[in-house]
Design a protein around this ligand. Structure first.
Ligand code: GTP
Ligand code: MG
Length: 273
């Protein structure tokens, strides 16, 4: 039987190991790119075993968003394939975690690096080809014009080329739930193609802790902190190859609901769960 003490010891060992992985990746990055200074816009991709998809995404990455230069930063989230080689050979900034920590953790490491090295705006997108990097400037524009602090791409305002009805219904349902608890009028709160002002990221970063299903946590936290949230239409593509690593629809949906519930209670009522 696992006692409370044993579980506590396990948790603390796990969190020490996570911290070790993060510190190792960060120091390896700082050694590879000493005193690096990013362009004003950082395109941030967390990639886990995406060797087959990442190269095409990086080839399509624009070097400018409007008048602003773009740096691309890939955080390779552990894994056993050649994702890190693909990223490094394409010449983008690459940070490699020695083990898989989950998309949320990999993105947080990316946010920290972007903020530490001069980013003014950070755009997150997937490594699997679901987002079109050519749309980057559509998301950055409202930030540059100071019309918003956080912009989310919306497949419901644009075109959705995927065919999974269950997933589409989930996108609608979870947007409704998030709108109800955050008093927003958003259509696609589970989209990972998003652009942030750096000062918003700096503000919400201490509140973020989800390892995997992180989009709802970001929306709830940003809304609760009073940041302006806008949407822009996007063309949403099926994954270029491979399968979602977040589990089937039911598992994905249940985890997503858990993240909404726990984040809401934690952020809105100050409870530690
Ligand atoms: N699933 C998963 N993705 C990760 C992880 N770390 C980084 N990622 C990246 O996060 C992005 C999104 O992951 P996906 O598994 O495609 O999940 P999703 O896009 O939210 O959901 P789908 O619509 O099912 O594709 C991809 O670029 C992954 O490579 C991880 O530990 N698990
Ligand atoms: Mg995906």
């Amino acid at each position: 039987m696992i006692t409370h003490v044993e579980r506590g010891a396990g948790d603390s060992r796990r969190s020490e190991l996570r911290q070790l992985a993060l510190d190792t990746a960060r120091s390896d990055f700082e050694t590879r790119y000493p005193e690096v200074s990013f362009a004003p816009v950082v395109a941030l991709i967390a990639a886990y075993e995406e060797e087959a998809n990442l190269g095409d995404v990086l080839k399509k990455m624009p070097t400018r968003a409007g008048d602003l230069e773009v740096s691309t930063l890939v955080v390779v989230d552990g894994g056993r394939d050649d994702t890190s080689r693909v990223a490094m050979e394409s010449g983008v900034f690459t940070c490699v975690l020695p083990v898989n920590l989950g998309q949320g953790s990999a993105l947080r490491l990316g946010y920290e690096l972007a903020l530490a090295h001069g980013a003014r705006f950070v755009v997150t997108l997937d490594a699997d080809g679901q987002n079109d990097p050519a749309e980057l400037n559509n998301l950055v524009e409202p930030l540059v014009a100071d019309e918003a602090d956080f912009v989310i791409a919306s497949r419901r305002l644009g075109v959705d080329h995927t065919t999974d009805r269950f997933r589409q219904a989930g996108v609608r349902l979870y947007a409704r739930v998030l709108n109800a608890i955050t008093s927003q009028g958003l259509t696609d709160t589970s989209n990972g193609f998003r652009a942030f002002r750096a000062d918003l990221l700096r503000d919400i970063l201490p509140y973020l802790r989800q390892e995997q299903y992180q989009t709802a946590e970001v929306v709830i936290t940003a809304a609760h902190r009073g940041w302006r949230i806008a949407e822009r239409p996007t063309v949403w593509h099926p994954r270029a190859s491979g399968q979602s690593k977040k589990g089937g629809n039911v598992i994905f949906g249940l985890h997503y609901a858990r993240v909404i519930g726990t984040t809401w209670v934690r952020i809105a009522f100050g409870r530690q769960i």
